[in-house]
Ligand binder design. Sequence first.
Ligand code: 2P0
Length: 322
Amino acid sequence: MTAATAHAHPNIALVKYWGKRDEQLMLPQTGSLSMTLDILPTTTTVELDPDAAADEFVLGDTAAGPAATGRVVRFLDLVRERAGRPERAVVRSVNTAPTGAGMASSAAGFAALAGAASAAYGLPTDARSLSVLARRGSGSAARSVIPGLAVWHAGHDDSSSFAEPVDAPPMRLVAVSVDAPEKAVSSREGMRRTALTSPFHTAWTASASRDLEAMLDACRDGDFSRIGRIAETNALRMHAVTQAADPPIRYLRPSSIAVLDEVQSMRRAGLEAYATADAGPHVFVLARPADADAVARALAPLGEVRVAGPGPGVRVERHDER
Ligand code: 2P0
């Protein structure tokens, strides 16, 4: 039997991905930029079993449900096709993100699965190959392969759509998990509905492309204030385009808005911080390292706070063949 284990972390986009150009290949309409975090890692082991008739997916201590298992099996089918190997596998994944923290994302999960499956089936494990492969499981997983700040190039075909590192000034993200129900509309469905029905969708893709260019400039200049302003504006534009869908999609809850308001008043009081939020109610606040604790203290009454820094990319451990 051959087995491999990989570790990966969640990432939060500072310029968001919200729309696919090709659902089959998981090509995004626009590029995006994110920070891979140093908290809440996922560890995944893939063990090939030549005698098994089907793949098995164990999440934590229990067998995963049919939807999650189906996504893993489709991903392994792609790996088997690329590797030219037929073996089925047992996939064991341990996610340290507590349920409801808003970071039980598929990004860390598919980045770790791409790493472990590539090593187990004998595919290349360099960052670019893993980023291309992880993308096929979940778009944002392409970015969790990369440490720290990562730009995911939209690309024009399978091999040109991958993430790579970007230099940026030292920053922290304060995760604020608010008290609110989890999203009712998945990102995948949300993106689809937005593209099909939101009259602002064309404006969104144009502005997201401009935001990415401006963000890359700001990162090159090491300009924290500009990075923060672009991130907050871009996030609110993403929420605006989803709210204009039919039926409307609203991910932000009153408890999320309270955090956005508090971040604005912090700035007025001279503490520089900027907010972003994904397809859920939780808010992530960008701060300079020296300000992160003060920002976390100010936001603690509004939710459960965790201070995250830039984290490592995917790490692969190959096990001995037995
Ligand atoms: C992002 N999100 O850039 C955006 C912003 C959520 C809001 O990528 O369909 O799990 O698997 O490619 O990557 C979440 O969507 O969606 C996401 P699929 P994914 O982080």
